[in-house]
Ligand binder design. Structure first.
Ligand SMILES: [Zn+2]
Length: 328
């Protein structure tokens, strides 16, 4: 018994030493992805994916497990609900005269999304506008299914390049079969869209993909109104050369500047991937929030730190991509 405990202890010490000797992202990747959608191990696994271009097998399994992906939809603000799954967000902005949805999920998760919308008391038939951040399957993969499920008057919006990249990606049938729809609204940089009583400003923020858009909108918390942004793409997993990384860095700088805007500064980030900024943990604090407590998702310091980290990662990647290009 003692020997067995001793052996286990040695194994633990060895494991911890191994972790300490590794760079933080890799070390954290050794932490198994668990069943509760914790941010840190997912972030680490996705960092490995971004750096190597290879999906860690644990992560692949986790993403495909509908039971583990399911999370209860919740009210994030008086007019905004989270209706996504563990690893990909979908945000529903509501108003008395119609609603706006950001991103479509994919495969069977799009059905989960529609269920989530009903669960929070919204009729999908009241969705007037679907904004799609970019043409990757996890954000755009459910677009055809939603178009079929929602009223014919519901509009869909992406950037010009977003529509193009979506069609190109859907045509590959990877990593799952999915369909794009014909382009509907083509977003222009800085354009304000209105639907129901909602105004959303769209920005072209190329980098994660060249067609990535980000969306700014008001969120209400009692008598307070905050300006939120959903940054359309975060990872460096689809980089095709130094020019794309340069665009990414410029977009991050632009978004950071928006947080210092004199008239309507961005005050918080409603992310497209909850693990990227600890949304999964922050939203738990909503449950125990007392009257007068600060809103746990309003975190401008955390958002700027996230932007700094994104820029830092991209600057390192730029060196790698430039070196690759310089090789004959
Ligand atoms: Zn993407």
């Amino acid at each position: 018994m003692l020997a067995s405990i001793g052996f286990r202890l040695v194994r633990w010490v060895a494991a911890i030493a191994l972790l300490l000797a590794l760079p933080p992202s890799i070390a954290a990747a050794q932490t198994p992805i668990t069943t509760k959608c914790e941010s840190a191990p997912l972030m680490a696994a996705f960092t490995v994916f971004g750096e190597t271009g290879k999906m860690p097998p644990d992560l692949g399994k986790f993403l495909a497990d509908a039971k583990l992906q399911k999370i209860e939809p919740y009210k994030a603000f008086d007019n905004v609900y989270y209706v996504g799954i563990c690893w990909v967000s979908a945000w529903l902005i509501t108003s008395p005269h119609g609603d706006v949805l950001i991103d479509t999920l994919y495969g069977d998760y799009t059905k989960m999304l529609l269920d989530n919308i009903r669960k929070v008391g919204v009729d999908p038939n009241d969705i007037k506008l679907v904004l799609v951040t970019h043409g990757h399957f996890d954000h755009a993969g459910g677009i055809a299914e939603l178009k079929a499920a929602l009223p014919p008057t519901t509009r869909f919006a992406m950037t010009k390049e977003g529509w193009r990249e979506g069609a190109e990606n859907a045509a590959t049938g990877r990593p799952i079969p999915w369909k794009m729809i014909e382009p509907d609204i083509v977003l222009r940089d800085g354009q304000t869209l209105t639907a129901g009583d909602i105004s959303v400003q769209a920005f072209e923020t190329p980098g994660h993909t060249m067609g990535t858009a980000s969306f700014a909108y008001d969120v209400r918390d009692g008598s307070r109104t905050y300006r939120a942004i959903t940054v359309g793409g975060l990872g460096l997993n689809a980089i095709q050369g130094p020019e794309q990384v340069e665009a990414y860095i410029a977009s991050v700088k632009r978004i950071r500047a928006m947080t210092y805007d004199k008239t309507r500064p961005i005050e918080l980030h409603l992310t497209t991937h909850g693990f990227s900024n600890g949304l999964t943990e922050a939203k738990e604090k909503l449950k125990s929030r007392g009257p007068g407590d600060p809103h746990p998702l309003v975190d401008i310091v955390g958002f700027r730190q996230q932007l700094d980290a994104l820029q830092d990662g991209a600057e390192k990647r730029l060196i790698v991509e430039r070196a690759k290009k310089a090789k004959p």
